[in-house]
Design a protein around this ligand. Structure first.
Ligand code: PGA
Length: 255
């Protein structure tokens, strides 16, 4: 059984004071929801503060990016070594990193390796651009991202995949539940050929892209979809709590 997971990616939003307030606003309700792993991914500068606030709760912490080297002359970068004492999860290969900051599959793969060898749990993001989607190239694009991103990596139950079609991120134009589930099913077949069927069945694959409290059930009612990576809607306490509690209710039902 795969434990459902909802992660909030706050992106480049919230000052330390705002991050503190946001956690205060959601902590009590979020902590009580059972049956779903809940992860908050604030900006680097708020990791320590948010980590303190989450202490003693069941909510986990993640970062949004990292360098693959442990240390060195990389001005402005954050290393896996710096993160291990602060958080458990790390979002890698987010499309905003790939397209605004030129992260290639090779770089993403180095980051996944570095995360796993440092004991961080990677949330590897994949997804196609609008023109690739329109040209029917979704499977080709995500299989390349999966195969390159995970090449040379031994299977690990801690790896989480997030399928985030770029045309759906921050646009208010989410994929359909069925469409997302079909691509996620395909991603599982890629993981099965990379490792094996049992491992692929055990790994969690999330959907991301304009998820809100109004459409979350469409995604999590699909057995293939194990949860969501939520951007904008994770910045509103009530909205995020609602997304998590609806997921818990749906995934609790016997299929
Ligand atoms: P969104 O972002 O929910 O704001 O579309 C999702 C993401 O980029 O992870």
């Amino acid at each position: 059984m795969r434990i459902p997971l909802i992660a909030g990616n706050w992106k480049m939003n919230t000052t330390v004071a705002e991050a503190t307030e946001l956690v205060h606003d959601m902590l009590e309700k979020l902590d009580k929801i059972e049956g779903v792993d809940r992860i908050l991914c604030p900006p680097f500068i708020s990791l320590a503060v948010v980590g303190e606030l989450l202490k003693g709760s069941s909510i986990k912490l993640g970062a949004q990016n990292m360098h693959f080297e442990a240390k060195g002359a990389y001005t402005g970068e954050i290393s896996p070594l710096m993160l291990t004492s602060l958080c458990e999860f790390i979002i890698l290969g987010h499309s905003e990193r790939r397209w605004y900051f030129g992260e290639t599959d090779e770089i993403v793969s180095k980051k996944v390796k570095a995360a796993l060898s440092s004991g961080l749990k990677p949330i590897l993001c994949v997804g196609e651009r609008p023109e690739e989607n329109e040209a029917g190239r979704t499977e080709e694009v995500v299989s390349k991202q999966i195969n390159c991103g995970l090449s040379g990596i031994a299977s690990c139950p801690d790896i989480v995949i997030a399928y985030e079609p770029i045309w759906a991120i921050g646009t208010g134009r989410a994929a359909s539940g069925e469409g997302a589930a079909a691509t996620i099913k395909f991603i599982r077949t890629c993981l099965a050929s990379l490792w094996n069927k049992d491992i692929a069945q055990g790994l969690r694959i999330l959907y991301g892209g304009s998820v809100t409290s109004n459409n979350i059930t469409e995604f999590v009612s699909q057995p293939e979809i194990d949860g969501a990576l939520v951007g904008g809607a994770s910045l509103k306490a009530e909205e995020f709590v609602s997304i998590v509690s609806q997921t818990a209710a749906i995934k609790r039902q016997p299929v």
